[in-house]
Design a protein around this ligand. Structure first.
Ligand code: HEM
Length: 433
């Protein structure tokens, strides 16, 4: 029988790809992905010398990431964690949940047959036709946010003034969360997604032990669950036609969806819906601040608006990875994979694959055929992608109307996070029109 040699990812790259600070530093990580692809390791195995995590296949090539994303029968979300976790974190989650690897049971932790049924409940709500009914509401929030930016003077942290509050406010309005509770939701989301970053988890401590991070995340999940249980009860009594009501009153096969599924739905919409869009928005502003000629070009030519939005999402890649588990023995790009193997879809790497994107590190609002991997693909492709694009297009319309020029006013900083990443600080100076 022919033996196959397992392509091993070098230890330093294996460590980087699961190190939150490597995503904070960014450029060296992109260099490592380039090295992997040019050395035939677009599909390679990461094994921890200290056995701190289960071995996994790292996919850094665009085609491999797409192949796996689109094959939802062979590559599952549920059997193991859908987001990378160390063994210690995984053990703690299982102890908390009584055996499940998932703290939250939401769409991204599910497979068929349940996943499509649950997804169908809100699919129509997220389509462009329905979103048109809330476009004026989103525009009003964008106008307000930019007014607050201009009122703040001519210099400040764009993430605090615009890119963080704007999508948060939109998604909270959609979910019917009162404005007074928004800061609490922001904190909870940052703890859930940014648990690894000392600023975002509010600890101020670099390299917190994984058990402590898991406890922070688990505390955030409990708070979210309690909050949304009360909201769902209100919407059952008095449906309001908003997304919150669609979820609260959802049924599958004639039965109301249970409390855990309801909570999971709210949590995924509340959390997936803003830090991601924030990151892409801030990314576009950084790119435009660094390239005044491109800022002038898009300001003069609004046909490039959708180009800015799409390129911002690719260039930033706010969701940096998801994991899958092989259901059967199979192959990825010719590499044999065994049933039960854990696989990392690295969207950052896929979106910087030069075979798919010429000069991938350059932000180019005129990039043609920008079919990126940032929203994933297949059955789990981002449910909120039309909403994210709409929010960003409207905000950039308003910003380009009301701002004449922008420049960097200090050092930007990226979040130290392996999962949802992007800028956590963007000091800018601007001139109003
Ligand atoms: C630029 C902004 C965003 C990015 C980059 C992004 C990215 C992603 C990615 C990569 C996935 C997983 C795809 C896969 O497994 O193939 C996902 C799933 C999801 N996203 Fe987004 N997202 C964004 C904005 C939003 C917004 C605004 C919402 C809703 C308010 C949202 C809701 C969801 C939901 C519910 C899922 C789970 C879908 C499923 O598993 O069936 N996202 N997103």
């Amino acid at each position: 029988m022919a033996t196959t040699i397992t392509p091993a990812i070098p230890a330093d790259i294996g460590r980087a790809v699961i190190d939150p600070h490597a995503y904070g530093a960014w450029t060296p990580l992109l260099d490592q992905f380039d090295w992997l692809r040019s050395n035939g390791l677009a599909v390679g195995k990461v094994t921890a010398a200290d056995d701190s995590h289960e071995p996994f296949w790292l996919l850094s090539g665009f085609d491999a990431v797409m192949q796996v994303s689109k094959d939802n029968q062979t590559f599952l979300n549920n059997p193991k964690n859908a987001v990378f976790t160390l063994r210690s974190g995984d053990a703690l989650v299982r102890a908390i949940t009584g055996g499940s690897p998932h703290l939250v049971e939401s769409l991204v932790q599910m497979d068929a047959p349940k996943h499509p049924k649950l997804r169908r409940l809100t699919q129509e709500w997220f389509m462009p036709k329905n979103l048109r009914t809330i476009e004026a509401q989103i525009r009003a929030i964008a106008e307000d946010t930019v007014t607050r930016l201009l009122d703040a003077g001519s210099e400040g942290d764009f993430t605090k003034l615009v890119s963080s509050p704007y999508p948060l406010h939109v998604v909270m309005q959609i979910l019917g969360v009162p404005e007074a509770d928004e800061q609490r939701m922001l904190l909870l989301t940052q703890q859930m997604f940014g648990g690894q970053d000392e600023d975002l988890n509010q600890s101020g401590i670099r390299n917190l032990p994984p058990e402590v991070i898991t406890q922070i995340v688990s505390g955030a999940v409990k708070d979210f669950e309690a909050y949304f249980a009360a909201l769902a009860a209100e919407r059952r009594k008095a449906p309001a036609g908003d997304l919150a009501s669609v979820i609260a009153n959802g049924t599958i096969d004639g039965e109301p969806i249970g409390d855990r599924d309801t909570a999971g739905y709210y949590i995924i919409a509340a959390s997936a819906g803003h830090d991601t869009t924030s990151a892409a928005t801030a990314g576009a502003m950084l790119a435009l601040a660094q390239d005044p000629a491109q800022f002038a070009l898009v300001k003069a030519n609004r046909a490039l608006l959708s180009g800015i939005v799409e390129e911002a999402i690719r260039w930033t890649t706010p969701v940096q990875h998801f994991m899958r588990t092989a259901a059967t023995d199979t192959e990825i790009a010719g590499q044999p994979i065994a049933a039960g193997d854990w696989i990392m879809l690295n969207y950052v790497a896929a979106n910087h694959d030069p075979a798919q994107f010429p000069d991938p590190r350059r932000f180019d609002a005129t990039r043609e055929a920008n079919r990126h991997a940032a929203f994933g693909a297949g059955a789990h492709q981002c449910l909120g992608l039309h909403l994210a694009r709409l929010e960003m297009r409207i905000l950039f319309e308003v910003l380009l109307d009301r701002i004449d020029s922008i420049e960097l006013a200090g050092e930007p900083a990226r979040a130290n996070s392996t999962f949802v990443g992007g800028l956590k600080r963007l000091p800018l100076r601007w001139k109003a029109v």
